[in-house]
Structure formats: C-alpha cells, structure tokens
Design a protein around this ligand. Structure first.
Ligand SMILES: [Zn+2]
Length: 438
C-alpha cells in the first residue's frame, strides 16, 4: 500500500480546514439546502477537485447540508461542523426537504443542543408549550429552527401539531448535518512528540510510538492539531504523519472533477515571437488559451488562467498558480519560430518530467494529431521553466510556427483555435479515463 505524506497537502487544504474551523466557531448563515447521496459511497474531499485528498466518506442515502456550489462540486458541512466537497453527479440536491418545516409543540421544558446528542453544548431552553419549526428528525432527535440557527432537541419531548410552516432559508444557519463521516486518521511514521503549539520549540505534551494512530483535528501550516488514542491533544509535524486511506481513494475519472490551469505564453511587453507580418505570439497564445478554457469549462472543469488579459506575467509565478489551486493539469500555450521564416512547420507537445508529465503530453498530442491540418511533430522533452518548476502534471504546447506563413494562417483562425480546444477536451478526457491522475 502506498502511503501519502500529509505534508504534501497544499495550501488549499489548509484553507479548507481553516474554513472548517471558522465555521465551527461562528454562526454561519447558509441556504438551508440539503443533498442526498445517490452513489453507493461518496468521497468527501478537502477541495473541489479529484486531486484533493479524501477527508471522509458518506454512504448512499446520507444527507449533507450545502454551503455553496462551485463548478461541479458542492461544498458541504459534515458532522462536527467540518467542511468538505463532494462531486455533484454523485448526489441529488433536494430543495424540498427545507422549504417546509413541521410545526411542533414542546410537551415539557426542553434543552436545546448544538448537535443531536445529550452531551452536546446547550444553546438554551424552551419552556413547555413552546412552538418550534422542525427541519427534520433522525434517530430520536429533531433539528429545529432556533434563534436563527439550527439546533437539536430530543424528539420525545415534542408533539407534532400536524401543521407545516415555511422556513426562510437565508435566516436559518445550519449548525450541523445528519451525515456521519469517519474522522480523519493519520499514522506516525516515526516516534513523535506531540507539542503544545505548532513548532519544534514548543513544549512536549506527550510522546507517541511509531505507527500510532491519531485523529487529525485541524491543520496549522506544516503542523497538525491531533488527538491521540488516549485523548491528549497537541500538535505533530505533518512530515512524520501518513494517512493510510489516501492510496485507496477511488478518484472519479472525470474531467469535470478537475482543475486545469491554462497558461497563455508571454504577455504585455513580452510579445513573444513574431509572424512574418509582425503579429505578436502573445496575442494568439491568449486567444487559444481562452478558446481552450471555454471548452474545458463547458465540459465542467474548473479553469484558472495565469493571465487572461494582455499583461506581463513573469515565468516564475506561473507554476506557482498550478500549485496554489492544486491543479490536475497545467497547459501552457506557445507558438514556435525559427531564425529564418518559412523553414519549419507543425505542432509539438513538450513535457519535462517523464513520470509526472509524459502521460498528459501523450494524451493531448494524440487528440491534437487526430484532426489538425498541421504536421504533428510529436511529444518531446522540453526544459522550460514553467514545466521544470511545476509540481503538477504539466505540458507546453507549441501549436505551430508563427513565422511560417502556412502555419500562421491556421494560428490566427478561430476554426483552428476551436478545433485545438475540442481536441484538448478529448485529450483530457482520455487522460483521466486512463487513470492518469493522483
Ligand atoms: Zn513562446
């Protein structure tokens, strides 16, 4: 079994965890929409994309509260106020569960709790005979609207009146969800110090053996706030933790799960190469990037551009974008040129790291080669900074020779750009379908 090191988790995961923490400590006003899991089991991920690690799973029939929708993903709240993401095609959004609530009356004085548990924090008390709106009931607990939030009371202390009422969703903050997910467990790869705060100089709370299992509560930079098997909490350096489950994650093989970074070469006062008529490479890299991005978005992918206008962007920040958004693929567009015009023709797909990038280059090149009129010069190793410094699967596509008049006629035509875009979508689909992702 392959173990995934926790310290590889990127910034976005940290953000997701931080969002989870802040959601736990503040009242969040959210649309009171829920969804039902329709697949046999759904992975809940740290971010909206297949390259994010799984933080838990929800079984078929489980309900989740929707916080927002992004691309083809729902951000949902899990038990314990944790926040994660699920793929939209594996769940069914049911608005009906929330528009109406059942009216009930308390039969005695009732404690109102934050979660469906008698040990959960008490938010207040309802006196006997109070009227409440019941959002839903489960396992002997009723979720009610309470002080513009959602809270729980023991169902046996309520009597439904038979009437229903309408809830204004924007006024009801959802404090919890019915779904239960396994908590995130990690295993120490070495004997580990559990520290009071995140940092090597912090006081040691306890020391645990190699192979010990801890529950990850949150992330703080390179450190994880954990709870040990004997209930102590503290911080462990992420680089000595591994998460078993990660390698068994069944990532769906869909482009619509993916985040793709599109990198139009050059820009601003970096014009790139010139056509024989003096047209700039930067103009066509941007046109092509936008054509490709639009088609990828139409296919459900999340697209992030390193530039979307005619502005100068240095080389170094471009791969950083891919890392930041945890991109499933990074595609850079350029057009070749030769010292003497009209001496070379065709398109080439470049990769840098054979194990990380070559499958992407191969799949894209194959799709492009299927119908483009220009000569396919194949795939090749290319020592480009945007590939070399890229942690994500990345390719650089030279989509024709700009100072070749035959090629340029294609480069500037929107038909060619649209065909390339459609080919990239096909190539990405083939790439994912073949299981080429983390
Ligand atoms: Zn270029």
């Amino acid at each position: 079994m392959k173990f995934k090191q926790l310290h590889r988790w990127p910034l976005m995961i940290l953000l997701a965890v931080l969002i989870g923490i802040s959601a736990a400590t503040t009242v969040v006003l959210a649309n009171n929409n829920t969804l039902t899991v329709t697949a046999s089991v759904v992975n809940v991920r740290f971010g909206p994309g297949l390259s994010y690690n799984t933080m838990g799973q929800v079984q078929k029939g489980g309900n989740l509260t929707i916080l927002k929708k992004q691309n083809s993903w729902y951000q949902v709240r899990l038990a314990g106020n944790r926040v994660g993401w699920v793929a939209s095609w594996l769940v069914h959004e049911d608005a009906a569960t929330t528009s109406a609530a059942k009216v009930a009356r308390t039969t005695t004085n009732v404690n109102v709790r934050q979660y469906a548990s008698s040990s959960a924090k008490q938010l207040g008390t309802l006196s006997s005979g109070s009227t409440v709106s019941v959002l839903y009931q489960s396992n002997g607990w009723s979720q009610i609207q309470y002080n513009n939030t959602a809270a729980w009371v023991d169902s046996s202390l309520l009597q439904l009146t038979g009437a229903t009422t309408t809830i204004n969703p924007t006024q009801t903050a959802i404090a919890t969800a019915k779904a239960t997910t396994p908590t995130l467990k990690a295993t120490t790869t070495l004997a580990a110090n559990v520290r009071q705060t995140a940092g090597l100089n912090a006081a040691v709370v306890t020391r645990i053996a190699k192979g010990a299992t801890v529950t990850v509560l949150s992330q703080s930079g390179d450190w994880y706030h954990v709870r040990t098997a004997d209930g102590k909490t503290g911080y462990i350096a992420s680089w000595i933790l591994s998460m078993p489950g990660a390698s068994t994650n069944k990532a769906a093989t869909k482009l619509s799960e993916a985040t793709i970074v599109i990198d139009p070469g050059h820009g601003g006062n970096d014009t790139g190469a010139l056509s024989t008529s003096g047209k700039y490479e930067k103009t066509y890299t941007l046109q092509m990037a936008k054509a490709v991005g639009a088609k990828l978005e139409a296919a459900g992918a999340k697209v992030v551009y390193t530039r979307s206008t005619d502005t100068y962007v240095d080389l170094a920040p471009r791969p950083v974008v891919a890392k930041k958004v945890h991109a499933d693929a990074f595609i850079s567009f350029h057009f070749d040129s030769t010292p003497n015009a009209n001496t070379a023709s065709g398109f080439t797909s470049y990769y840098y790291n054979a194990s990380k990038d070559k499958a992407l280059a191969t799949n894209l090149n194959k799709a492009l080669g299927s119908n483009l009129s220009l000569t396919n010069r194949g795939i090749a190793f290319g020592n480009y900074e945007v590939l070399r410094d890229n942690d994500q699967p990345s390719v650089l596509l030279e989509m024709g020779y700009i100072n070749d008049d035959h090629d340029f006629k294609f480069i500037e035509s929107s038909t060619y750009q649209q065909t390339v875009a459609a080919d990239i979508v096909n190539g990405m689909n083939a790439y994912f379908a073949a299981g080429n992702h983390q």
